[in-house]
Design a protein around this ligand. Structure first.
Ligand code: PEP
Length: 248
């Protein structure tokens, strides 16, 4: 049985007071579920979020981290700093980090290795751009992006969650159809089977992300290779996020 996860990436949204309000609502409304429920507020609110959710099943993730242990990296946050405040999970490779902050596979590989060596779980994001899909290159692009995790030692895989997020579906209101999501998730398991092994491919949790909303979540999550979702916009509203958690 693979773990099921719904994770909300809040990006650069919510002040501390707004974070406290939304977390209070989420903690009060989270349903009894086998799925893991994770929220990723901005860095400055992580410690307060961990404290506020101490008695809740809702977990807190970071949205990013630096690969170095410490040092002269102005404005950056290390794995140890996250662990020190009780964070167990970090999102790496989000398409906004790739496109707006120039993060490539070489950098992401360093980040993923550090995160896992330090004991964090990684939600590793990847996905093709619209031109890749239009030109039929989407499988090739995704397989290339996955090389970052194919390089990991076998024992690391239990700390990896994959999040397939087609860039053309992020924040656009355009979702991959449930069949397109299933097709890619099945391809990802096949690629892991060839590059790593079948046991890893069968066990790894693969989330879908890209305009998941209360009205489409159930159909997407019903696909056999989709183990949950990474949610952007809809994770900022308690009722929408909770409806998506219930859909899983
Ligand atoms: C995301 O940014 O990871 C995401 C999936 O955003 P949205 O749900 O808003 O498309």
């Amino acid at each position: 049985m693979r773990s099921k996860i719904v994770a909300g990436n809040w990006k650069m949204n919510k002040t501390m007071a707004q974070t406290e309000t939304l977390l209070g609502e989420l903690a009060a409304k989270v349903p009894d579920t086998d799925a893991e429920v994770i929220v990723a507020p901005t860095f400055v609110n992580l410690a307060a979020a961990v404290n506020q959710l101490e008695a809740s099943v809702i977990q807190v993730s970071a949205q990013n981290m630096h690969y170095a242990e410490n040092g002269a990296f102005t404005g950056e946050i290390s794995a140890d700093m996250l662990l020190d405040i009780g964070i167990g999970t970090v999102i790496l490779g989000h398409s906004e980090r790739r496109s707006l902050f120039g993060e490539d596979s070489a950098l992401l590989s360093k980040k993923v290795h550090t995160a896992i060596e330090k004991g964090l779980r990684v939600i590793f994001c990847f996905g093709e751009e619209l031109e890749d899909r239009k030109s039929g290159n989407h499988f090739k692009v995704v397989e290339e992006q996955l090389k970052v995790v194919f390089d990991l030692p076998l024992a690391s895989w239990k700390h990896i969650v994959l999040a397939y997020e087609p860039v053309w579906a992020i924040g656009t209101g355009e979702t991959a159809s449930p069949d397109q999501a299933q097709e890619m998730h099945a391809f990802i398991r096949k690629a892991i089977t060839s590059s790593v092994n079948k046991e890893v491919a069968d066990k790894v949790t693969i989330l879908y992300g890209g305009s998941v909303k209360p009205n489409n979540a159930q159909e997407i999550f019903s696909k056999p290779d989709v183990d949950g979702g990474l949610i952007g916009g809809a994770s900022l509203k308690c009722d929408d996020f909770m409806a998506i958690v219930k859909a899983l």
